[in-house]
Ligand binder design. Structure first.
Ligand code: IPM
Ligand code: MG
Length: 370
């Protein structure tokens, strides 16, 4: 039996705790089967942390995150905390985790599973077999750039501002992640910015171009303006293999891409830091969907994105490829059997809630592991 692995679980707000509960059942299942034992710590984050501790994430929780081998994150935010002010936003928790752990490469796959080809609002012919990977830079750009603020102009009028900034090393390190991933896929990278409008965009394009010439001449590189990319993702999404882009465009384009697959409720993500001299690499795994306050507490949320985030964690942080594939297969088989949460209903399928979906995955795991 492999050595214990230190896992920090942060369910957060809204549907976060509900969908995380189903993942915990899978973790217990793995434990019972003696496949792996996690040293598991669970903690508050986001609005839940504001309620219990008066801040979106405490220094103690940050320390646990730094000590963990991997972090499984749910989702944060909701109307309850919207009036507390800019410095008390639940979202600050995920931003602080990304920044302080230097989690710069946000990997957001958009994959259409065959049983769900009818769940998308796009025609099956356009999206069947879709498999793209968006690599979003996640510790820089306008999310963190200085200066930022609201100032009063000499005429008394006010002016709000944020700054988009990217340095050579910030661009190179995330582009490297994209090139390396492409080599294991279809070997194509599309780099996305607004080089026609933004200085930082033109600079991004130059840095990625130089890096490709220098270190990745075997990988096919193309460039696209972000607005065109949004349009192309809807028109013909299968033209893409790996997309690499900055923080803000990546935020927008990954939401768009996720909907090609039918539901935000299906897609996991990984956010990876640099490999440290010790060989350790900080990593956080979270579903792309948010806390969905409108359906929270009703037992109807789709737990699959959280489940698939856990599978990604097994694969990327612990090299447990077979176990990850087992969970992914269990999820696909449950979908094939026709069970669906409300967000992915299609013709001839049966509606189930969060916990029945979780139970069905466990039953499927029993079958697959028998
Ligand atoms: C995401 C979310 C976050 C972001 C929010 C919650 C700060 O939208 O992970 O895409 O904008 O990065
Ligand atoms: Mg987003």
């Amino acid at each position: 039996m492999p050595a214990n692995k230190n896992l920090l679980v942060l369910p957060g707000d809204g549907i976060g705790p509900e969908v995380m509960r189903e993942v915990r059942r899978v973790i217990d299942w793995m434990d019972r089967r003696r496949m792996v034992t996690f040293d598991l710590t669970e903690d508050y984050v986001g609005g839940a942390s504001i309620d219990h501790r008066g801040t979106p994430i405490t220094d103690e929780t940050m320390q646990k995150a730094k000590d963990a081998d991997a972090i499984l994150f749910g989702s944060v935010g909701g109307p309850k905390w919207e009036t507390l002010g800019f410095d008390m936003r639940p979202e600050l928790a995920i931003l602080r985790l990304r920044k302080e752990l230097d989690l710069f490469a946000n990997l957001r796959p958009a994959i259409v599973l065959d049983p769900l080809v009818d769940a998308s609002t796009l025609k099956p012919d356009v999206i069947r077999g879709l498999d793209i990977m968006i690599v979003r830079e996640s510790t820089g750009g306008i999310y963190f750039g200085e200066p930022r603020g609201v100032e009063t102009l000499p005429n008394g009028e006010k002016r709000g501002f944020d700054t988009e900034t990217y340095s050579t090393s910030e661009i190179e390190r995330v582009a490297r992640v994209a090139f390396e991933l492409a080599r294991k896929r279809q070997n194509r990278v599309c780099s996305v910015e607004k080089a026609n409008v933004m200085q930082s965009g033109l600079f991004w394009r130059q840095v990625v171009t130089d890096l490709q010439k220098r270190d990745y001449p075997d990988v096919e590189l193309s460039h696209m303006y972000a607005d065109n990319c949004a349009m192309q993702l809807v028109r013909n999404p299968r033209q893409f293999d790996v997309i690499v882009t900055g923080n803000l465009f990546g935020d927008l384009l990954s939401d768009l891409a996720s909907m090609l697959t039918g539901s935000l409720g299906m897609l996991p993500s990984a956010t990876l830091g640099a490999v440290q001299p010790s060989g350790k690499r900080h990593a956080l795994y979270e579903p792309i969907h948010g806390s969905a306050p409108d359906i929270a507490g009703k037992g109807i949320a789709n737990p699959l994105a959280q489940m698939l985030s856990f599978a990604m964690l097994l694969r990327f942080s612990f090299g447990m490829d077979e176990d990850a594939a087992l969970i992914e297969r269990a999820c696909t088989n449950v979908l094939k059997s026709g069970l669906r949460t409300g967000d992915i209903m299609g013709p001839g399928t049966a509606r189930v809630g969060t916990s029945v979906m979780g139970e069905s995955i466990l039953r499927e795991l029993d079958k697959l592991a028998a």
